[in-house]
Design a protein around this ligand. Structure first.
Ligand code: CP
Length: 350
């Protein structure tokens, strides 16, 4: 078997945030993902991680992330341990940073490092007590103590694996992304959602030199550090970044739209004094008109519709857009999770 050059290219590195990787490095991951996707479709075996073990901590439920990681490591010749949410104690920080009721993350990370080859963690929302940044700090704590790479499977600030799959789908649809108008928009949902996806999307789209418009009602601002990061990316990579409070105005002439719900952070610590879920829901309910419809898609520049999934039908987006819109990347993004994550594992785990 010929082993591709990208295997082990980023050996030992964590994958917590796309910002930890340069544009060139992200492109290397995407090239590997495209190679793995081609081989998968041609039924060519890719056992590049024989006997390797991935430990997956899911503090939250998942369809795409769990199954794409589990199928992915198997397709690479390794296997995954799924660590069930019911078995995992919700950590409080910083006093008792524990992964199980009786074990500190520092202990769990060091034990698992002796059994396997990478640790992946998902933690946000209730599992992170809705304190913005707490989920990310849990994953950083795993990374601090683990002797093996740690992968972020979505926390309350970042969803880097989703961002990789998304930019891969965008590149497949439109090979030259430079200067394309990419709209990251709030879309209504009755549920509370983390800021991870819009934040990682704004970062990766600016990292690829796109003209990014972040559209949301007042009160749905992303974290200041993300806005700064997106502006820096735009300067570095020759794109633009602006914020708008007008969904329709943002959609006009867009090449890509990514309308997605997230929560108003002033109802969540550290921005609010306490977690006020009722206040957040009541505030969100003022913006039910932030829904993606066919009529709205028709004012774009034949934009590609994007969403990480699961999309809330009838709230974030109408069923006809989700089911019938001809330039939807919804299922391509989900599909690419498998190959983008295989690329990450194949590059960091050997
Ligand atoms: N997009 C995403 O992470 O989906 P799941 O919640 O199904 O894993």
């Amino acid at each position: 078997m010929e082993v591709p050059k990208y295997i082990g290219a980023f050996r030992g590195r964590d994958f917590l945030n796309t910002q930890d990787f340069s544009q060139d490095e992200i492109k290397q991951i995407l090239d590997a993902a495209i190679d793995l996707k081609k081989k998968f479709k041609s039924k060519i075996q890719t056992p590049y991680l024989p006997g390797r073990t991935l430990f997956m901590f899911f503090y939250n439920r998942s369809l795409r992330t769990r199954n794409s990681f589990e199928a992915g490591i198997y397709q690479l010749g390794g296997h995954a341990h799924f660590i069930s949410p019911q078995d995992v104690y919700v950590p409080t920080l910083p006093e008792d940073m524990v992964a199980y009721k009786t074990e500190a993350i520092s202990d769990v990370a060091r034990v698992l490092s002796r059994y396997g080859d990478a640790i992946a963690v998902r933690i946000y929302g209730d599992a992170a007590k809705w304190v913005l940044g707490r989920g990310h700090r849990v994953i950083e704590e795993f990374a601090r103590w683990a002797d093996v790479p740690v992968i972020n499977m979505e926390d309350d600030l970042f969803h880097p694996c989703q961002a990789l799959a998304d930019i891969m789908a965008a590149t497949e649809a439109e090979p030259n992304l430079q200067g394309k108008k990419f709209v990251v928009s709030y879309a209504y949902s009755g549920g509370l959602k983390p800021l991870a996806v819009p934040q990682s999307t704004a970062l990766i789209a600016t990292q690829f030199g796109m003209d990014v418009v972040l559209a949301h009602p007042k009160g749905f601002e992303l974290e200041d550090s993300i806005i700064e990061g997106a502006r820096e990316n735009a300067d570095r990579y020759g794109g633009r970044f602006e914020v708008s409070n007008d969904m329709r105005g943002a959609f006009e002439g867009a090449d890509f739209v990514y309308p997605k719900a997230w929560s108003p952070k002033q109802y969540l610590p550290p921005h609010g004094k306490t977690v006020d879920k009722d206040g957040a829901s009541a505030y969100q309910d003022k913006f039910k008109d932030w829904i993606t419809t066919r009529e709205l898609m028709d004012i774009t520049n034949k934009a590609y519709y994007m969403h990480c999934g699961p999309a809330d039908r009838g709230q974030e987006v109408t069923g006809d857009v989700l089911d019938k819109y001809e330039r939807s990347l919804y299922f391509d993004e989900a599909e690419n999770r498998l190959h983008a994550q295989k690329a990450v594992m194949a590059m960091i785990m050997p």
